[in-house]
Design a protein around this ligand. Structure first.
Ligand code: FE2
Ligand code: FE2
Length: 290
């Protein structure tokens, strides 16, 4: 518990995050960076950037609701304090991705209607399944759903986006790198804290396994909606990718079809779930493939 206390304390959060990798940033990136001109002027790419960012805002709003809701469900003080730091991280993520929508030209008074319009129905269901557990103050299911499933997904999605944007949109890639560092901490907490609770409450296992299977299905359905027939990929093919490279997990994303990218992402996230769940004593359930 001593290591757990120091690794997930408010003190170490202060040192590594606000006084560490976020120092001298503004909404997650170095001051003065802006979205590339092409994203603002090409209507297909512009629409796609807004649509993608809306899903990030939705995912982070869910994480904010879940991490804050779980504070009062946590059985110990150290977990409550960690979740308080996570709550602030998630609120920051909501803020920086909302700011990106404004940078892309969304007006403040249309924010909620733009989010409504672009919200992916499967991602909304994914969030509802998790928040039902949080509302019932079910700490074990809530932490697995949030800190392993939701954040495992977010971690890989952000990494993939960071790789795709590294050479063409440094502002967005930099914004993502701070969130990736945060998500890594959150996923680590889930694994460290929940292992012993599962041991103490083996009767929770079937319910947690059902939750993982259900959330994984909605996640895969969200990926399918995002990649299959993606108009921005066709637009980039037309414009030419020049000598753009985007290495991720041993493949070059810049040369792949959207369908192949969907497969790489889904396989990466599911493999990650399997490994992490195995470590905490949960049997990974293969979701239905949409
Ligand atoms: Fe987040
Ligand atoms: Fe997170």
């Amino acid at each position: 518990m001593a290591d757990f206390l120091s690794a997930y304390s408010i003190q170490s959060w202060l040192e590594s995050c606000p006084q560490g990798y976020l120092e001298n940033t503004e909404f997650g990136h170095p001051p003065g960076e802006s979205e590339p001109e092409l994203l603002l002027t090409n209507t297909v790419l512009h629409e796609e950037a807004i649509r993608t960012t809306v899903q990030l805002v939705l995912g982070e709003r869910c994480a904010l609701a879940a991490s804050s809701g779980l504070i009062n469900a946590a059985p110990d003080e150290a977990s409550k304090r960690f979740l308080a730091t996570q709550t602030l991280d998630e609120a920051r993520h909501v803020e920086i991705f909302t700011k990106r929508l404004y940078d892309l030209g969304v007006r403040k008074n249309e924010l909620e209607s733009v989010i409504q319009h672009h919200a992916n129905r499967n991602l909304v269901r994914f969030a509802e399944v998790l928040l039902e557990k949080v509302d019932k103050k079910d700490f074990v299911s809530g932490v697995v759903g949030q800190n392993i499933v939701l954040e495992g997904m977010a971690f890989s999605v952000f990494e993939m986006m960071q790789s795709l944007n590294g050479s063409i949109n440094p502002k967005f890639a930099h914004t993502l790198s701070g969130t990736i560092a945060d998500e890594r901490r959150h996923v680590g907490f889930g694994e460290n804290r929940i292992g012993s609770l599962i041991k103490d409450h083996p009767e929770k296992k079937p319910e947690v396994e059902r939750l993982q299977k259900e959330m994984s299905y909605y996640m895969l359905a969200t990926f399918a909606d995002a990649f299959r027939g993606n108009p921005a990929a066709a637009e980039m093919d037309q414009l030419g990718r020049g000598n753009m490279h985007a290495e991720w997990h041993g493949v070059d994303l810049a040369t792949m079809t959207p369908e192949a990218m969907e497969n790489v992402l889904a396989d990466t996230v599911l493999k990650d779930f399997k490994m992490r769940l195995g470590r905490i004593g949960i049997d990974y359930q293969t979701p239905v493939r949409p």
